[in-house]
Write a protein that binds this ligand. Structure first.
Ligand code: EPU
Length: 415
């Protein structure tokens, strides 16, 4: 399957933003902490969500996803080792470790291993579980976690890991006594998970700051909950507007989650108008270069880095992009160069000299956000761009072809 784009159309119109993948996945895992029927609204219909659904099924959950509403019913949990291929397929599968440790007291789970965007250890997740009193042993590519009852602890994270903070939070909600996570991740998705857990009956304070406090409770109840909008999908459509010199309105996104992205678009000279739940970009035909350094929230998101590299590749002047979160997140550069980009990787920086316009070519998406960056370049390009590796893009974008078509883009999926 390939995504075919005939570039050069100025995108205009409005598009709705789906629920955040990176909120949906941990909140789905958190349902393992409850008994009964959970109803989650605004769940994006994505490959990663289906992978998490299969993962929850393994443990005995009954699931139904229809029109972005997911019902997860947990009656009894199976004591089963999660299958290795599922954890390998999606690193976020490791998010079941915290809830299952809290709930079952024992779990054997494959270590997720490497991935396209860099080395992604889970040592900080494991240190957190250990601090809560779990025995942690790894062998043959699996990690075994065991506890006779978790106890609250003070846990300092060397790095503010997002899924690490989430996993530890989910283990600590049922621990005895008080836990504090110091240098916690502050991403909106961490706050969304904390809000969902609190609705289940947990006692979590401070989510969204670098110190989260959790007072353990005995049990949690199922919830009805609506997932926050996806700030990365929102940013993607704003970049699509910018790279085509268009005027695109995104509906349902939260401006407060997009500070760094909107700030950089404005610095490039594009106009941003925000009202109620709508954000519009009125793009200049050619924006200005700017420098970007990725950082944990509220810094510039690493998940938007490739998309901005694509945009800066056709902006006026020289930009320097520094990636500080993952060590192999410039995999898209060679593909953009095939489309006429003038960019060069030096260590963890990317030097981008803006060219006038991309030229359509056959390219391959190596990971999710790299794929999105190639779509952006294709929208700008002269001629036809064919992108393979669609399976990566489908992990994080729901019907991206249909949404782009709504904005006037000439895109189609070719079998
Ligand atoms: N790290 C460690 N040890 C750990 C955990 C993390 O050294 O135990 C390091 C990582 O290697 C990395 C840094 O800490 O250098 C931050 O990684 P983090 O753990 O925060 O990333 P993550 O939780 O695995 C989530 C998102 C990613 C997003 C990152 C950064 C989910 C499911 N995934 O990953 O999203 O890029 O945070 O914001 O929430 C995507 O959606 O395309 C995606 C990759």
């Amino acid at each position: 399957m390939k995504l075919k784009i005939e570039g050069g159309v100025r995108l205009t119109g409005e598009v709705d933003i789906i629920g955040a993948k990176n909120s949906a996945l941990p909140i789905m895992a958190a349902t393992l902490l409850t008994t009964g029927k959970n109803i989650l609204h605004n769940i994006p219909d994505l490959k990663d969500v289906h992978t998490m659904m299969s993962m929850l099924e393994v443990f005995g959950a009954k699931l139904k996803l229809k029109k972005n509403i997911l019902q997860v019913t947990i009656d009894e949990l199976n004591h089963i080792d999660p299958p290795e291929d599922q954890v390998k397929q999606m690193r976020a599968s490791f998010l079941v470790a915290g809830p299952l440790l809290a709930r079952l007291g024992k779990i054997r789970i494959p270590l997720p291993g490497g991935c396209q965007i860099g080395s992604r250890p889970v040592d900080l997740h494991l240190k957190g579980f250990q601090a809560l009193g779990a025995k942690v042993a790894s062998e043959h590519g699996y990690v075994e976690l065991e506890s006779k009852g978790l106890k609250g602890a003070s846990i300092y994270l060397d790095l503010p890991t997002v899924t690490g903070t989430e996993n530890i939070m989910m283990a600590a909600v049922l621990a005895k006594g008080k836990t504090e996570i110091i240098n916690a991740a502050k991403e909106p998705e961490v706050v969304d998970l904390a809000n969902a857990l609190n609705k289940m009956g947990a006692k979590i304070k401070g989510a969204g700051t670098d110190r989260i406090e959790i007072e353990g409770v005995d049990a949690l109840s199922p919830i009805e909950y609506t997932i926050i909008p996806d700030r990365i999908e929102a940013g993607t459509f704003l970049v699509a507007g910018a790279i085509t010199g268009g005027e695109v309105t995104i509906r349902g996104a939260r401006k407060e989650h997009l500070g760094a992205v909107l700030g950089k678009l404005e610095e490039m000279g594009h106009k941003i108008e925000a009202e109620d739940d709508k954000i519009t970009i009125v793009a200049k035909s050619v924006g200005k270069a700017c420098d970007i350094t990725t950082a944990p929230y509220p810094g510039f998101p690493t998940d938007m880095q490739a998309l901005f590299a694509s945009l800066l590749g056709v902006s006026k002047g020289t930009s320097v992009i520094t990636e500080t979160i993952f060590d192999r997140r410039f995999g898209f550069v060679d593909e953009l160069v095939r489309m006429g980009a003038n960019m060069k990787v030096q260590g963890n920086t990317l030097i981008v000299v803006g060219v006038k316009r991309y030229s359509g070519a056959s390219v391959t998406a190596g990971d999710l956000r790299a794929g999105a960056a190639l779509i952006m370049a294709g929208l700008n390009a002269d001629g036809i761009t064919e992108i393979s590796g669609l399976e990566h893009i489908e992990r994080g974008y729901e019907s991206i072809d249909k949404k782009l078509k709504l904005l006037g883009a000439k895109v189609s999926i070719e079998l």
